[in-house]
Design a protein around this ligand. Structure first.
Ligand SMILES: C=CC1=C(C)c2cc3[nH]c(cc4nc(cc5[nH]c(cc1n2)c(C)c5CCC(=O)O)C(CCC(=O)O)=C4C)c(C)c3C=C
Ligand SMILES: [Fe+2]
Ligand SMILES: [Fe+2]
Length: 344
């Protein structure tokens, strides 16, 4: 057979082509609040070397001997208090799906763009969504880790997983990843609007507003993670826009895990101290979380509120994440349209 005849043969499987995929990826979520689902989720999460950097020789005996025997029940109970009972799923899942659907609507003018969503841990997995996008003809895929501030434990592990999904493909799609947007004016403006709008619904004024970011171990920062500096920059830009002092808008870090020192000041300790120091009215916002989840709805809106009241505080309010609000979508759409330049 001549090479031309070979080329013209119909041996080659048919391929869809010509599309551009946008894949929104958030952290993850258990399938249910029961112990089995929680264990499966935490096992995948806490086996990630980007999340727990300790040697496996040291970590696995602790993970399998203690953490996976005790934490699933405890965390499952916390999830129960914030579970989206209408849809029988976590809010992180609900909001992420809504964001993808709204993004698809906003990009519907581009007939070749397909929007999808996935989770780094649990379902739908990044690999399954990349495969689905490719089957629909996406030769280019924009992966959007839904974290305004970059951390190796969040952004990098999403990107790792996306590139890992390409490892065994003969015909890989081109992949782009979205950079952090911690200082993007559209993001800062959306946060300022949500603070102003939320505070306008109250009949009281907070003395202090905490911007509470998820923490990371201090050692990760010392190894060069830019996360801490990006959180500080977000807070500085918010202060400048709001015209507030460092005393009025303070930065804290929440969700410590394990015995190591994490980024300070800690949210829980700060909330207690404010109460003990005689501060009566505070608000907390979580600018690092694109969607409300366990860490915002349970740890802050429930736990931190309770400990503030125990410490003598009187008024506490949690400012919701941007979620699938008009302002929140404006941020995500702005970032996606910018990062798709040259592709659409
Ligand atoms: C060493 C452990 C962890 C690091 C480092 C870490 C960084 C990190 N996490 C988020 C965002 C989220 N984390 C969430 C839950 C969560 N985080 C950890 C541990 C670390 N996170 C655990 C063990 C859990 C599960 C709950 C628990 O056992 O306490 C969530 C919520 C997920 C949900 O379904 O609601 C988010 C979101 C960021 C942004 C970050 C570093 C910057
Ligand atoms: Fe976390
Ligand atoms: Fe937590």
């Amino acid at each position: 057979m001549t090479s031309a005849a070979y080329m013209l043969s119909d041996n080659h499987p048919p391929v869809a082509h010509g599309k551009v995929g946008v894949l929104l990826v958030n952290l993850g979520t258990p399938d249910g609040t029961d112990k089995v689902s929680m264990r499966r989720y935490l096992k995948e999460f806490l086996s990630d070397r980007r999340v727990i950097e300790w040697s496996r020789l040291f970590w696995y005996p602790i993970l399998y001997g203690i953490v996976l025997n005790t934490r699933p029940a405890k965390v499952g109970k916390a999830y129960e208090t914030i579970w989206n009972k209408d849809l029988n799923e976590s809010y992180l899942r609900t909001y992420t799906r809504n964001q993808a659907e709204l993004m698809a609507k906003s990009l519907s003018g581009f007939s070749n763009v397909v929007v999808d969503w996935g989770m780094r841990y649990g379902q739908p997995s990044i690999a399954s969504r990349i495969e689905a996008l490719q089957k629909q003809g996406c030769e280019r895929i924009l992966v959007f880790p839904l974290y305004p501030q970059y951390a190796a434990a969040t952004t990098a592990t999403v990107n790792d997983e996306a590139f890992k999904a390409l490892l065994k493909m003969r015909w890989q799609p081109a992949l782009r990843t979205v950079p952090p947007y911690h200082d993007d004016p559209v993001y800062i403006e959306a946060l300022v609007n949500s603070i102003r709008q939320h505070l306008s619904t109250l009949d009281w004024e907070p003395e202090v507003v905490l911007t509470s970011f998820h923490g990371i171990p201090k050692s990760y920062f010392e190894k060069g993670d830019p996360y801490y500096c990006q959180c500080q920059k977000t807070a500085r830009l918010l202060r400048e826009k709001l015209g507030w002092s460092e005393k009025k808008l303070q930065v804290t870090f929440q969700s410590r895990f394990g015995p190591e020192e994490w980024l300070q000041p800690y949210t829980d300790k700060t909330v207690e101290k404010l109460g003990h120091d005689g501060v009566k009215r505070i608000a907390v916002i979580n600018p690092g979380f694109v969607s409300d989840c366990l860490e915002t709805l349970e740890e802050i809106a429930e736990q931190a509120a309770e400990s503030f009241h125990h410490a003598g505080g009187e008024k506490f309010t949690h400012i919701p994440c941007l979620n699938d609000s008009v302002d929140g979508m404006a941020v995500l759409e702005h970032v996606v349209r910018r990062e798709l330049q040259g592709w659409i």
